[in-house]
Design a protein around this ligand. Structure first.
Ligand SMILES: Nc1ncnc2c1ncn2[C@@H]1O[C@H](COP(=O)(O)OP(=O)(O)OP(=O)(O)O)[C@@H](O)[C@H]1O
Ligand SMILES: [Mg+2]
Length: 287
């Protein structure tokens, strides 16, 4: 009788399953990264398509950069959350729902695999991240371009690759990327609080892009934004601005829901109060 205990050791190809197979298309992949910026309590996230062709053709040096001013990641978060698939989410705020610490937002992440969506977008990835008040930033570098799409070969040579064979380099440096600077997202100026956050640069890009697809990403991400802030054009503390740029030019994405709602409020409101007062917990009382 033989009796042996085995450990489950996933093949590196599991990354392909998580990233590419599970994520339907490039738009959903990008929306996953935007959701992560929201969960990190960012005020803004900027998605830049750099060195693309006139019709958004991908060239050898094209890049997609996703930048936010969220909470950033500590070395521990990088090691425990970023590296390992299916990270259990421990951030629990007050109440039943899982909420973010700083802004009490309802946390969108649940599965702990959203970041693998990056693999749908490209194979060479550099992440720079900095915590609030930290005097250093961490850089996570991984170039998966020597593997084929299914992680079955390295530089064209067949190899039995397990997930723990994929080594990822992390180092710290004096901040050079996440530094105090004025950031403009959708013509709104964000002059402050830009010394913490996360910047994800993806090159060796895959798939195809178009303005239409950017519109899709925006549509998918709109549910994260406060409709009221949009309608009243106010910049509240919980503002979450999502901006897109292609070759340094701002892409204005149409905001049909907001337009429609705004019109409804302006033209079809049953009751309109100007300079009114409203006391909570008493009956409606405008004077
Ligand atoms: N932009 C970011 N800023 C700060 N931390 C981030 C950012 N993106 C990812 N992280 C960290 O990495 C973790 C993993 O992200 P990932 O999207 O893979 O999983 P999730 O958001 O927890 O769940 P889901 O798979 O449902 O999106 C997050 O929980 C967070 O700790
Ligand atoms: Mg997520």
């Amino acid at each position: 009788m033989e009796n042996k205990t085995f450990k489950i050791r996933p093949y590196a190809r599991l990354l392909t399953m998580l990233g590419e197979q599970l994520i339907k298309n490039e738009q959903i992949a990008l929306a996953e990264l935007i959701k992560n910026s929201y969960d990190a309590d960012a005020n803004w996230v900027k998605v830049s398509f750099v060195d693309f062709g006139d019709k958004m053709e991908i060239a050898n040096n094209s890049k997609i950069i996703i930048e936010d001013n969220g909470c950033g990641m500590s070395l521990e978060t990088i090691e425990k959350s970023w590296m390992n698939p299916a990270t259990p989410n421990k951030k629990v705020g007050k109440g039943e729902e899982k909420r973010t610490l700083a802004k009490n937002r309802v946390i969108q992440g649940e599965k702990g695999i959203g970041r693998f969506a990056i693999l749908k977008l490209g194979r060479t990835i550099t992440i720079t991240t900095r915590l609030k008040d930290s005097n250093k930033e961490y850089v996570i570098d991984y170039d998966l371009s020597s593997y084929d799409d299914d992680f079955l070969t390295v530089a064209g040579q067949e190899k039995e690759l397990y997930i723990d064979d994929i080594a990822i380099n992390v180092y710290s440096q004096q901040p050079t990327q996440i530094i105090d600077r004025e950031v403009i997202v959708n013509s709104q100026k964000y002059p402050e609080n830009n010394h913490n956050g996360t910047k994800i640069e993806i090159s060796n890009l895959k798939g195809e892009w178009s303005k239409r697809k950017i519109e899709d990403v925006n549509k998918e991400s709109q549910k994260l934004q406060s409709i009221f802030d949009k309608i009243f054009e106010k910049q509240s503390n919980d503002n979450f601005e999502i901006g897109f740029e292609v070759n340094n030019e701002r892409i204005s994405v149409s905001d049909k829901t907001i337009e429609k709602l705004s019109n409804l409020f302006q033209n079809n409101a049953v009751l309109k109060v100007t300079n009114g007062k409203y006391k909570e917990k008493t009956d409606l009382n405008f004077f």
